[in-house]
Design a protein around this ligand. Structure first.
Ligand SMILES: CCCCCCCCCC(=O)SCCNC(=O)CCNC(=O)[C@H](O)C(C)(C)COP(=O)(O)OP(=O)(O)OC[C@H]1O[C@@H](n2cnc3c(N)ncnc32)[C@H](O)[C@@H]1OP(=O)(O)O
Length: 210
């Protein structure tokens, strides 16, 4: 394995990646269900205590073999890249919705997502930090121009127009303009009635990546 600016070259073959994803993708989806069930369960405390013992057994099973740090962003020479731990799109991260981003073309993207009880801030509404998290990510991927370059969030501005209801939502992002190593991206998240949060960000191609 070797590293480039934190990106790790890891020669796992594509068919082995498929096998891992086929097992861990559904596992992460089940853990997402577990998170939602834990928030919304009304079973008596004795039942919750039994569930705790079962969850602890699962954690022990998974801890039997662990990587030393976070999952990182990895790629192989077969042209595959994977970021299983990413907080927004990570296939193996139950905290990630996960957002499935459609890149219409370089610099233009959208996504649909359904946010449940785990993303609540004000009653019935999405936490403002959660909308910022999702917007930051789709904007970052959009700035990266179809993954042809590395960009980091420099400045991010959010305008919260009205509360974002939990449930089905849509995100849109596009590159507005560029100047040198700076890329301005505009984006929004909203429901069927239109945008609830509008964002503008300056994404920087870092000096080390040029
Ligand atoms: C797998 C690929 C897809 C992944 C998508 C991921 C989406 C998620 C996006 C993120 O959340 S990234 C994580 C959050 N961001 C960071 O952690 C960034 C931390 N900051 C840095 O790493 C550096 O400060 C940064 C790369 C942003 C800039 O460092 P540089 O040394 O390359 O910048 P430099 O000082 O040379 O400035 C270059 C230009 O950018 C401008 N600039 C620098 N920092 C800025 C800033 N923070 N905001 C606005 N503009 C900024 C700076 O004024 C200058 O403008 P001019 O060319 O006009 O002079």
């Amino acid at each position: 394995m070797s590293e480039f600016g934190g990106f790790i070259q890891d020669e796992v073959a594509n068919d082995e990646l498929d096998r891992i994803e086929a097992a861990y993708g559904p596992l992460a989806a089940a853990v997402r269900e577990l998170v939602d069930a834990t928030i919304r369960s009304t079973v008596p405390p004795e039942e919750a205590a039994l569930a705790l013992a079962e969850v602890e057994a699962v954690v022990k099973r998974l801890r039997a073999q662990q990587m030393p740090g976070p999952a990182g962003v990895r790629f192989n020479s077969e042209g595959r890249a994977w970021n299983w731990g990413n907080a927004v799109v990570g296939l193996r991260n139950a905290i990630a919705p996960p957002l499935e981003i459609v890149h219409v073309r370089s610099g233009l993207a959208h996504a649909n997502v359904d946010l449940g009880a785990a993303y609540e801030g004000p009653p019935g509404l999405v936490h403002g930090g959660a909308t910022a998290l999702l917007l930051d990510h789709i904007m970052g991927e959009t700035a990266a121009a179809a993954f042809t370059r590395v960009t980091f969030t420099g400045t991010l501005t959010m305008v919260y127009r009205r509360g974002t209801p939990l449930g089905p939502l849509r995100l849109d992002a596009r590159i507005d303009r560029e100047e040198g190593r700076k890329v301005w991206v505009v984006a929004s998240i909203g429901d069927e009635e239109g945008p609830t949060v509008e964002a503008e960000g300056i994404f920087i191609i870092p000096r080390w990546a040029t």
